[in-house]
Design a protein around this ligand. Sequence first.
Ligand code: ASP
Length: 439
Amino acid sequence: MRRVVKFGGSSLASAEQFEKVGAIIRADKERKFVVPSAPGKRYPDDIKVTDMLYSCYALAEAGKDFSNEMKAIKARYQEIIDGLKLDLSLEEAFATVEKNFKAKAGKDYAASRGEFLNGIIMAAYLKFEFIDSATVIFFDEDGKFNADKTNEVLSARLEKCEAAVIPGFYGAYEDGTVKTFSRGGSDITGSIVAKAVKADVYENWTDVSGVLIADPRIIKDPKGIEVITYRELRELSYMGFTVLHEDAIFPVRQMGIPINIRNTNAPEDNGTWIVESTCQKSKYVITGIAGKKGFCSVNIEKEMMNSEIGFGRKVLQAFEYNCIYFEHVPSGIDTMTVFVHQDEFMHKEQNVVGALHRLANPDVIDIEADLALIAVVGRGMKSVRGTAGRIFSALAHANVNVKMIDQGSSELNIIIGVENDDFEIAIKAIYDIFVETRL
Ligand code: ASP
């Protein structure tokens, strides 16, 4: 068995957290490839090292004095080194960082130092080899992650080592210039490493015991999810689940490597398994509920629309020409509705309306704002009758007016449109009926 283990920022925020991580790694000989994030928050009002680096670099870029900010960053690392009683000095590494900040090496370079320096500490602490991710993770000229080259170089490199620390979040262009993934990107690095070593499992250690059925800011102490499929997670992440970076699924998914989300502060918990497919039924019919506010619906009416070939294409073209993504397109006999992101659509609405008239010549266009979309996701829905009925009766009881219903042909999810103001009430009602009362 081979396990790749990734630790998030809160798992590495202090020496104490590092010790927990060390104990987890040493508890299992299969945990040989470690991907660390930068030190995160030690307490709620604390600042993540990555954010400190961004602010510090902003000063450097503006040609201002950044010595105090750099001192504070150094102190964060020194506190960890001292706490772990390591015989390690980052003086030289920091001298290089300062020199490169002065030379305006770039925002990505600056941010990546959080993981780079933490990786050096982690490697010294575990006595594992340190591999600079800039030498094994590559981006194309246009900034796209180069999966093929990375996999080739990284797997050859890792084959040669017993145990290694590969810092998360960054890689480099062909010419060696450092580039980062988007925020939270260490999750992607972990997945890339898991693919490269053909791991049996990718363990993603964080500060919660797995994925929760619903957002804890809306539902008090929601239940956890034991097993979820990649597809279910993808649907939920798209609609706002934040447990893992959206793009982290892709590398492991190609190889069918399961992801196990675990809690560094409660290592005995099994966490959540994210798998390709499973015969395990989820406990509650639905696997999760997620949603987002801030949508508009553009309702287009035209008599006999259904018998006009190409009508749908013309409607969507009006959005395409204005560079607007659409989310859902439910349709009736003489109506078609396009759901779009309100902030994107707002400034262009009259251009879109004009384009719709020119291209599709509808009878009426009606725009409605301040809508929310809720995704109820579950592989179990396919085989259980009455799921949609239960959702809508729960919403009716909660006095929520349903604006739109869209069920994908995979029967994996049901998307419901409601008013922004009804968003939390609707999620509570759905959670209640499936999880709390299990009616
Ligand atoms: N340190 C980076 C961030 O704060 C990347 C990560 O933690 O995954 O976004």
